[in-house]
Design a binder for this molecule. Structure first.
Ligand code: ADP
Ligand code: ZN
Ligand code: ZN
Length: 719
């Protein structure tokens, strides 16, 4: 007699089939088993889910109408009960269907595999793992034992700093979660590796998850972890997971983590969903980075989920940053004041590397509309003369050259978006960075016919050109002309381009590095002694309350790029060109005083009742007109008062009126948003869950026909 089996599949985000679907199975499959099931005309991958106790009033299922499973991929051990609980939580917290989150968490290639193909793949992997293990066992006898000794010596030749030793011992004595608050270059990565080493050594099957914010930062960290751990545990022991990998690579890494062959899983935000059955430690490096928050589908925060997953799996969690998010900083206040995280502090840089001296150039007193002020130019020239490297960056990719008419007010706006198109010199086009709309640069102003149209603003391309002009007559110590390299999204579009450009910098072939904030983050540049923010002011007066937090963290990160090599660090500098030199943010930066900056920001946030002192969600809607998009949101807001389960919660939260999003139009689609705020996370959660049904029914009203889509963003980062 076939048994009834609950299966999670990826149903459309807002379909009413949010729960598991029921299928017939010849054998009883344990929950967590992957299966293939028919749905309408298609065959889908699904996961056997825990059967809910049938509700008494539920109509009995007519088993003659149920369809059987197509196949069970039972060569693969089932996904664990913890993994399923984690997925269930993530889906409910971020207001998505469980099936959507579960299936998005699996490597895409699994979706198209038959059970035979999967079994074959597993066999092949098992063979290669065994071969590696065998090779390791063989060689470790004689010739390689010296290698092992050397590794051992290498590992122990690093004498931990006092601060590192204290952080590590606190890590062992406390359950966490931990916030490792350490200056750039204080040796946080060493601490991560040390804690990883100890946990892996403690149990032969223990696994560790290490997360980094961006793919660009994975190669460096990967190399450090591989150098330390592959010799101990084999080449298979360290795997990566990020969107830059091929589907086959992703599947292999996922299988290695799931089977336990991988001891260390290193990845971007998606890795938080990996199946890691013996997870004992989760590390979140640069935990403040906005890239941990997803922008599509389930808008999850991998950092927040890491903390939850750690608790569920009994794994320790360590978040690390030189400029923690204000949320994490607030959570790590003293226990007596309600703090839940354990703060570990490492204020000093390793070795003699001092943090750079911060210099502010008052742009009010510089030649009008100059891009590189004379004092900064002099400083860069001196660095070149000393054979040192400088880095100049723009802190916004959006700060790209827009074409402007010098006569009338024409600017190169995009006909489809509320944005300006960007001038690309290489192919003389105007391109919209949002919808992609591209045209050749017009010969004359389309509005008044004036042939004199010129780029305004300072894109990195112009900055590079401008610097090249300014430094044209300067020579390096070897008599050669100055070498400038630009690193930004455009120059790194091709695979391997970033790596080769970085290699040039590391090899000392570059004197001045120009770029976007991309170069200010994470990279371990050894010879840079001068870092300059060309125009950091624009974030000071943003409508987004998190803009100052992001600016401060970016500038601290950037400052951290200077003087990392103690040998050249003596006089490293961070330059800021600003019209507001006495702004408190820059004052705090001058003394590298994150705690002071955080305290002042938190005070403002508390007074204004903003996160982390309140909890927020945004509902975003897209439609052909603002009226329809906003009308839908406002109607759903009014309807909340008319329904008992949502109305009961309204006293605990504020629903603001709908407004256009700051990018109000993309590709001719109008976007609006509505902010929901509450002092209680639980009340907000209960409200959102109940309000979903209201949003669904509001959308089917005739006046909301033009609504194209809507989505809830819990704990939004950009308000
Ligand atoms: P962070 O991650 O905090 O920026 P890292 O862990 O990358 O710092 O350390 C900065 C540099 O200092 C690295 O080159 C690292 O190898 C070195 N380092 C870290 N800890 C020690 C130590 N205890 N002794 C000597 N060098 C160290
Ligand atoms: Zn004009
Ligand atoms: Zn556009």
């Amino acid at each position: 007699m076939p048994s009834l089996t609950q299966v999670m599949v990826h149903t459309p985000a807002h379909s009413q089939m949010a729960g598991a679907l029921t299928y017939l199975s010849e054998t009883t499959l344990p929950p967590g088993t992957l299966v293939r099931v028919p749905l309408v005309q298609r065959e889908l991958l699904g996961v056997v889910w825990d059967a809910k106790a049938p509700e008494r009033s539920a109509p009995s299922l007519d088993s003659t109408k149920l369809r059987p499973l197509t196949a069970a991929l039972d060569a693969l051990p089932p996904l664990s009960v913890n993994w399923r609980a984690f997925i269930t939580f993530a889906a409910s917290y971020y207001q998505r269907a469980t099936g959507e989150v579960a299936l998005a968490a699996l490597p895409p290639q699994l979706r198209d595999m038959s059970s035979v193909q999967l079994a074959r793949r597993l066999k092949k992997l098992a063979k290669s793992t065994a071969a590696v293990a065998l090779a390791g066992a063989d060689t470790s006898r004689e010739p390689n034992s010296r290698d092992h000794e050397e590794t051992d010596i290498a590992m122990h030749s690093i004498v931990l700093s006092e601060e590192q030793a204290r952080a590590i011992s606190q890590f062992h004595q406390n359950p966490g979660p931990f916030l490792l608050f350490g200056a750039t270059g204080s040796g946080k990565t060493e601490v991560f590796m040390h804690c990883t080493a100890e946990l892996l050594a403690r149990a032969p099957d223990a696994q560790v998850l290490v997360m980094v914010p961006e793919i660009n930062l994975t190669p460096q960290l990967e190399a450090r972890f591989q150098a330390r751990f592959c010799q101990l545990y084999g080449d298979e022991a360290v795997v990566s997971m990020h969107s830059g990998m091929t589907p086959a690579q992703r599947l292999n890494a996922w299988l290695a983590a799931h089977s336990g062959a991988a001891r260390i899983v290193l990845g971007t935000r998606m890795a938080v969903f990996a199946s890691i059955p013996q997870l004992k430690l989760i590390i979140v490096d640069e935990e403040h980075d906005p890239s941990y928050k997803s922008h599509e589908g389930a808008r999850y925060s991998a950092r927040d989920l890491a903390v939850y997953r750690g608790r569920l799996d009994g794994a320790k969690v360590m978040l690390g940053s030189a400029t923690p998010s204000l949320e994490s900083w607030h959570h790590s206040r003293p226990t007596a004041e309600g703090g839940r995280y354990h703060r570990l502090e490492m204020p000093s840089r390793i070795g003699a590397g001092q943090l750079p001296l911060v210099r502010r150039v008052d742009m009010n007193h510089q030649p009008k509309s100059c891009i590189i002020s004379p004092p900064l130019l002099t400083a860069i020239t001196q660095r070149i003369a000393q054979g040192e490297q400088s880095m100049v960056f723009l802190n916004r990719r959006g700060y790209a050259p827009v074409l402007q008419c010098t006569d009338c007010d024409w600017k190169s706006d995009c006909p489809n978006c509320s944005a300006y198109r960007v001038f690309h010199k290489i192919d003389r086009t105007l391109r919209c960075h949002h919808c992609g709309f591209t045209e050749r640069v017009p010969r004359a102003c389309p509005a008044c016919g004036n042939p004199d149209i010129a780029p305004m603003g300072r894109g990195t391309e112009r900055l590079e050109e401008h610097l090249a002009e300014l430094l044209a007559d300067i020579r390096r110590p070897d008599g050669e002309p100055v070498r400038i390299v630009r690193i930004d999204a455009d120059t790194t579009r091709h695979k391997g381009a970033l790596e080769s450009q970085l290699a040039q910098v590391h090899a000392g072939e570059v004197d001045v590095l120009v770029g976007t904030q991309m170069i200010a983050k994470g990279h371990d540049f050894r010879r840079i002694t001068l870092v300059a923010a060309a125009n950091p002011d624009n974030a000071l007066f943003s409508s987004d309350f998190r803009a100052p937090e992001r600016l401060f963290s970016l500038l601290m990160q950037a400052a951290g790029r200077a003087g990392r090599d103690a040998a050249v660090a003596g006089s490293s500098e961070m330059w800021l060109q600003t019209f507001h030199p006495t702004h408190p943010l820059y004052e705090a930066l001058k003394t590298h005083d994150y705690p002071a900056f955080a305290a002042s920001q938190l005070k403002e946030r508390q007074q204004a009742g903003m996160p982390p002192f309140s909890f927020q969600a945004l509902v975003r809607a897209e439609a052909r007109s603002q009226d329809i998009a906003q009308g839908f949101l406002n109607a759903a807001s009014r309807a909340a008062a008319g329904q008992s389960d949502t109305a009961a919660l309204l006293a605990h939260l504020t629903l603001y009126p709908a407004v256009p999003m700051s990018m109000a139009r993309i590709a001719n689609i109008e976007r609006a948003q509505m902010l929901v705020e509450s002092a209680s996370r639980a009340a907000l959660q209960r409200f959102l869950t109940a309000w979903q049904a209201v949003l669904h029914s509001t959308r089917s009203l005739p006046e909301c026909k033009g609504v194209l889509r809507w989505a809830i963003d819990v704990d939004p980062l950009n308000v």
